[in-house]
Design a binder for this molecule. Structure first.
Ligand SMILES: Nc1nc2c(ncn2[C@@H]2O[C@H](COP(=O)(O)OP(=O)(O)OP(=O)(O)O)[C@@H](O)[C@H]2O)c(=O)[nH]1
Ligand SMILES: [Mg+2]
Length: 273
């Protein structure tokens, strides 16, 4: 489905700039087996209740995603491509950090990812240390054209972990897939397994693989946020578990797991600009 097409009923009011996610985005390569490949039915029931005003406490409205990696591997390019649909050939090093965001709608519940890019140049690394805290996920970016940048991802991950007690979800991204590959699939996947990361290849220049990594990340992070919420708000968790045990509200959609939100049936992941 091409971006920007509206395949569903005109009755659903769609907002420009929002990514509407229904189907669970595909896994990356070389991932830890416990990562989900479909929506948790609990998430769907929770969203239905949340949006109907049946849940009184607030789910976090935004989650922080750190984007780190060696200088010039294409972090700014990736974020600009995804959030602004633009690409510039001219290189301007990010000094300190940079901020961007993307709103999502998941089963009618709004949330945002806030992307914090840490400039890759060694001399600005110290300054940016204070940006690292409170991250739900980290994108470890390297250039497929530069082996050294892959070898440095473990060091970047260490910097992130030092400032984050709760383990952020880790996504390894080999960028510049449009140009000559110095990094083999095997070495990238070995690193991914080592650091327990999902691995994706992208090109900020051609847009190849870009929405796949960000949308996978959005789904994983959103579900994690709902799970954390239900751990704290145990009464809501019990209500949902009772509904699941009853089972009569759940409408099985072959190939896409349990769907409780019929009116979102036609919504595939689509970005409305
Ligand atoms: N061929 C190719 N070039 C890219 C791609 N993405 C970015 N570039 C180029 O690589 C250079 C560096 O890109 P940036 O996005 O600024 O790199 P960065 O990782 O943000 O660099 P720092 O801010 O210094 O850490 C620029 O000249 C981009 O045009 C890509 O996918 N393919
Ligand atoms: Mg940059």
């Amino acid at each position: 489905m091409a971006k920007g097409k509206l395949p569903w009923s005109k009755k659903t009011k769609l907002e420009p700039g929002v990514v509407y996610l229904k189907h669970y985005p595909s896994k990356g390569r070389a991932i830890p087996t416990e990562r989900a490949d479909d929506w948790d039915p609990k998430t769907q029931i929770f969203c239905e209740r949340y949006k109907s005003g049946l849940v009184t406490e607030q789910l976090p409205k935004a989650e922080k995603v750190l984007v780190v990696g060696d200088s010039a591997c294409g972090k700014t390019g990736l974020i600009q491509r995804y959030c602004k649909q633009s690409h510039t050939e001219k290189y301007t090093a990010t000094v300190g950090g940079d901020f961007n965001f993307q709103p999502y709608s998941i089963f009618g519940v709004k949330f945002e990812l806030h992307f914090w890019e840490v400039g890759g140049k060694k001399e600005v690394k110290q300054v940016s240390q204070q940006m690292y805290g409170g991250a739900s996920a980290v994108i470890l970016c390297f250039s497929l054209g530069e082996e050294r940048s892959l070898h440095h991802v473990a060091e970047w991950l260490n910097d992130v972990k030092k400032e984050n007690a709760a383990d952020p979800a880790v996504f390894l991204v080999g960028n510049k897939s449009d140009s000559f590959h110095m990094v083999t699939d095997e070495s990238a996947e070995t690193v991914a397994l080592d650091i327990k990361a999902e691995y994706f290849e992208t090109s900020g220049r051609t847009d190849s693989g870009v929405s796949e990594v960000f949308e996978r990340l959005a789904a994983v992070i959103f579900e994690r946020s709902v799970r954390e919420f239900l751990k704290v708000h145990t009464t809501e968790n019990e209500v949902i578990e009772a509904m699941l045990a009853q089972g009569d509200h759940v409408n099985q959609t072959p190939g896409h797991g349990a769907s409780v939100v019929d009116r979102f049936e036609l919504q595939t992941p689509v970005l409305i600009r």
